[in-house]
Ligand binder design. Structure first.
Ligand SMILES: NC(=O)c1ccc[n+]([C@@H]2O[C@H](COP(=O)([O-])OP(=O)(O)OC[C@H]3O[C@@H](n4cnc5c(N)ncnc54)[C@H](O)[C@@H]3O)[C@@H](O)[C@H]2O)c1
Length: 248
């Protein structure tokens, strides 16, 4: 198994891409902390994969610290962190996004990385066996579409933070990479589309993906598996599109 004995936290692990990542990590032998703001979802996934659930909001420092503490308390260590939990404003004109929504999107998508860095990096350093941090970014941070301006900005920030962190933490053998999915049919789909889900709307988005389909949780999980395992030990600071060629 590719992650035998490794200890991982997956934020937003209660649904969507995060659930797919948590499932594959567990199937590959990892001990998984499923962290989600919705307790029932975190508990369902943790129960089904044999992991542990922790409920918390990634925009709050104390909650993120509790996610790391949960890994230490249950599994006595930490090897992998997937900063996956994210949110967006509804697709629409720049001026339609109010301040509270702007602040929330930045807090969940960007400040969460700040909090997780503060909680996890001291643990990685103390253990002295390196670590892998994987930030779930987006093609939106590489090749943005109109209508999601402020959300796209958060993913641009995540991409820059990923590259800077990779350089700064390389001497500790802590690797930091981003996975950049193209649109997928998760809980955020209608927000990204800005309209009700329909075959016509899906076809419009799929038309810009050369391979001709949306991304799936399995696609994202497979990329996250490689970036977590030892075979990618020389890979750090990359922004890996999982996008069927959309950003090529
Ligand atoms: N779905 C897409 O098209 C798409 C494309 C590119 C990138 N992404 C990114 O993928 C990541 C996962 O999104 P998804 O599409 O699976 O969405 P989703 O809504 O299906 O799942 C997100 C999960 O995170 C949890 N969550 C949300 N906010 C949280 C918070 N503040 N604290 C803790 N948990 C929280 C939710 O309860 C949910 O279980 C996000 O970072 C998103 O920006 C999604």
């Amino acid at each position: 198994m590719r992650l035998e004995g490794k200890i991982a936290i997956v934020t937003g692990g209660g649904g969507g891409f995060g659930e797919g990542i948590a499932r594959l990590y567990a199937a590959e032998g990892a001990h998984v902390v499923v962290a989600d703001m919705v307790a029932a979802q975190a508990e369902r996934v943790a129960r089904e994969i044999g992991g542990v659930a922790v409920t918390g909001d990634v925009s709050l420092g104390a909650d993120v610290q509790a996610m790391v503490d949960c890994a230490i308390d249950n599994y006595e260590g930490l090897d992998i962190v997937v900063n996956n939990a994210g949110t967006t404003h509804r697709n629409g004109p720049i001026l339609d996004v109010d301040e509270a929504t702007f602040d929330r999107v930045y807090a969940v998508n960007v400040k969460s990385v700040y909090w997780m860095t503060h909680a996890a990096v001291p643990v990685f350093r103390k253990q002295g066996r390196g670590g892998s941090i994987i930030n779930i970014s987006s093609t939106a941070g590489i090749r943005p579409r109109p209508g999601l301006v402020w959300y796209n900005g958060t993913k641009g920030a995540v991409n820059t933070i990923t590259q800077c962190m990779a350089i700064e933490l390389a001497p500790d053998n802590i690797r930091v990479n981003a996975v950049c999915p193209v649109i997928g049919a998760t809980g955020l789909l209608e927000q990204f589309m800005g309209q009700a889900d329909s075959p016509e709307m899906r076809a419009k988005f799929v038309a810009s993906v050369p391979i001709g389909r949306m991304s799936t949780p399995e696609d994202i999980a497979n990329a996250c598996l490689w970036l977590a395992e030892d075979s990618s030990s020389f890979i750090t600071g990359i922004l890996l599109p999982v996008d069927g060629g959309r950003t090529a």
